[in-house]
Design a binder for this molecule. Structure first.
Ligand SMILES: O=C(O)CCCC[C@@H]1SC[C@@H]2NC(=O)N[C@@H]21
Length: 244
């Protein structure tokens, strides 16, 4: 088993059903935090039960670690991971201004979706599944109506990045931000996340299975909730899909 200087273990698989499923299989015997990378996934899953398209050349990884703190505390790792992803994109492409963050946990490149994150809890472990369109992006007809159009790093920037190289940079960025989170709490992560938030100050729509809230995107609060200023006042939204 390989590991990096920051101490996280590194596992690379040629083929898996899903790195999240492999993380669930590893969880009962997990020692320290570990990254799992699959060159190919045959049953990748996305948020809200959607399938996730995963052609070879794209990044499919999961970080599995023991949970400390409350479930709410674990959920804030989606902000830690999306910030780590953004830093990694900037490092590998050199393009600072092109990348933005979409609540709760997508990364945008020139306004298109380039990466998504799916958090799962497995007993006393947290698994952070990350999919990145490094080389390929689904066509617009493959995503639901109104969703942000997918883009790839290669297509939008011309930069070709191998998944293993991306993993090394992402793991280092994550380890640094995780240390910051554990030492100083959510406040600096929140500030950094907000400084890169897409559409802040604009009218957006937050949709759940049950309802839809339209309002000006004002803030993300100390608990990670989306704060919209609506016709009925300020509303805090815990979980939803956001549409621009
Ligand atoms: O719907 C989203 O935006 C989240 C997509 C998460 C996909 C990644 S790919 C690696 C990991 N394994 C999975 O089966 N899903 C996540």
């Amino acid at each position: 088993m390989a590991s990096w200087p920051h101490g996280y273990a590194r596992h690379v698989f040629d083929t898996l059903d899903s790195t999240l499923s492999e993380a669930a299989r590893m969880a009962p015997s997990l020692g320290g935090p570990a990254w799992l990378l699959a060159i190919e996934q045959t049953a990748a899953r996305g948020r809200r039960g959607r399938a996730w398209s995963n052609p070879q050349g794209n990044f499919a990884g999961t970080l599995i670690m023991r949970r400390t703190g409350s479930p709410a505390d674990a959920a804030l790792r989606s902000f830690v991971s999306s910030l780590a992803l953004r830093e990694t994109f900037v490092e590998v492409t050199g393009q600072e201004a092109a990348f933005a963050l979409k609540w709760p946990n997508d990364v945008l490149l020139n306004g298109g979706k380039v990466a998504g994150i799916l958090l799962e809890t497995i007993g006393d472990c947290l698994a952070i599944g990350i999919g990145v369109n490094l080389a390929h992006a689904p066509t617009p007809d493959q995503v639901e109506q109104g969703a942000v159009i997918p883009v790839s790093v290669l297509g939008a920037t011309g930069v070709s990045v191998e998944p293993e190289i991306f993993l090394d940079a992402l793991a280092a960025a994550y380890a640094r931000l995780e240390d910051q989170y554990v030492t100083y709490g959510f406040a600096p992560i929140r500030t950094a996340w907000l400084s890169h938030a897409a559409r802040i100050g604009e009218v957006i729509t937050a949709r759940t299975m049950r309802d839809e809230t339209v309002g000006v995107f004002e803030d993300v609060d100390e608990a990670g909730n989306l704060i919209l200023n609506t016709a009925k006042g300020r509303v805090a939204i815990t979980a939803a899909d956001v549409y621009f």
